[in-house]
Design a protein around this ligand. Structure first.
Ligand SMILES: NC(=O)c1ccc[n+]([C@@H]2O[C@H](COP(=O)([O-])OP(=O)(O)OC[C@H]3O[C@@H](n4cnc5c(N)ncnc54)[C@H](O)[C@@H]3O)[C@@H](O)[C@H]2O)c1
Ligand SMILES: O=C(O)CC[C@H](O)C(=O)O
Length: 330
């Protein structure tokens, strides 16, 4: 049976890079047919029409249906997976509060529509910023769907951390694993390699032993990952799209199929109180995923004073965002 997958913000730049990968089987496998729902807002119908033409012209064997729409009731109807990319972008002069207000409205509406129209076991990943808080709002308004079905994308940050370490060590990206992103998908996030491993000259070693430069790991490395999104915007005059699309594929592939033994990945998920993070916050943790599309937070990792401070800093930002968003919950 075909899986029905909706991508919101379908006329935008991330979606443009994402659709082809999804439709050709990069996430759900080479045997899984897919129905793609392209959801954007009123006024974007013509752009969606162009996208439909392009997807049709790819003549992909797995893509059995393409449904362009600007109507939530159509867009979320019976979906198995919802990829929420579209959000209100921050405009010049806009306060964080205004941005949150606009997004509370969008993600409340989408949460309600998911609750009403999607399959009850729908899996949701939120990309549109502020991703963690948008995901939390969406979850709040999808009352009949389990909280653990809502996630926020921090995989791009994880991939950035992994790539920075691999480049530093001069090894392939896949030879670095178990980097963690704690907290918010923002500049307060804490990229942490204390439990990460690298394969160097055929031997598995802890990343900090391989790098042998605590100062780099505690300063430049963290800052580079935290500020990477802004650096891309400065250079491209547009936010990251190709790397974001790739990270969405990684996030969903691991959630859907499971993570290999001994490996974990980072996802924004509802906190169960682990690591002193307030229960109910949408916080990025290391998680292990199973083949039945469930996941659990990796427990009992060592947290030293340095990590504690950074994990709390990003937690405090998320609490502030939640408080601000709650002012607009109506
Ligand atoms: N979490 C991450 O790692 C990450 C990484 C990169 C970008 N982002 C965020 O992803 C979002 C999208 O980025 P982009 O570059 O594709 O933006 P974009 O401006 O190219 O596209 C956004 C699209 O969303 C649509 N849209 C707006 N409101 C919508 C709604 N209510 N329903 C459906 N569609 C709606 C717009 O019409 C537009 O077509 C931004 O918020 C960006 O900050 C997150
Ligand atoms: O900083 C922003 O406004 C968007 C950055 C984006 O989320 C990224 O990480 O590339």
């Amino acid at each position: 049976m075909a899986l029905r997958v909706v991508v919101t913000g379908a006329a935008g730049q991330i979606a443009y890079a994402l659709m082809y990968a999804l439709a050709k089987g990069d996430v759900f496998g080479p045997k899984q047919p897919i129905e793609l729902v392209l959801l954007d807002i009123s006024g974007m119908e013509e752009a969606l029409r162009g996208l439909v033409m392009e997807l049709t012209d790819c003549a992909l064997p797995l893509l059995t249906k393409i449904i362009p729409t600007v109507d939530y009731a159509v867009g979320f109807k019976d979906v198995d997976v919802a990829i929420l990319v579209g959000a209100m972008p921050r405009r010049e002069g806009m306060e964080r509060k205004d941005l949150l207000k606009a997004n509370v409205k969008i993600f409340k509406g989408q949460g309600e529509a998911i609750n009403e129209h999607a399959k009850k076991n729908v899996k949701v990943v939120v990309i549109g910023n502020p991703a963690n808080t948008n995901a939390l709002i969406c979850k709040k308004y999808a009352k009949d769907i389990p909280a653990e079905n809502f996630t926020a994308l921090t995989r791009l940050d994880q991939n950035r951390a992994q790539a920075q370490v691999a480049e530093r060590l001069g090894i392939p990206n896949n030879d670095v694993w178990n980097c963690i992103i704690w907290g918010n998908h923002s500049s307060t996030q804490y990229p942490d390699v204390r439990a990460a491993t690298a394969l160097v000259n055929g031997k598995e070693v802890k990343v900090h032993e391989a790098v042998k430069d605590e100062n780099w790991l505690k300063n430049e490395f963290i800052k580079t990952v935290q500020l990477r999104g802004a650096a891309v915007i400065k250079a491209r005059k547009l936010s990251s799209a190709m790397s974001a699309a790739k990270a969405i594929c990684d996030h969903l592939r691991d959630w859907w199929n499971g993570t290999p033994d001994g490996r974990w990945v980072s996802m924004g998920v509802i906190s169960d109180g682990s690591y002193g993070v307030e229960a109910g916050l949408m916080y990025s943790f290391p998680v292990k995923c199973k083949a039945d599309h469930t996941y659990e937070i990796v427990k009992d990792l060592d947290v030293n004073d340095f990590s504690r401070e950074k994990m709390d800093q990003t937690q405090n930002e998320l609490k502030d965002e939640m408080k601000m968003a709650m002012e607009f919950w109506w």
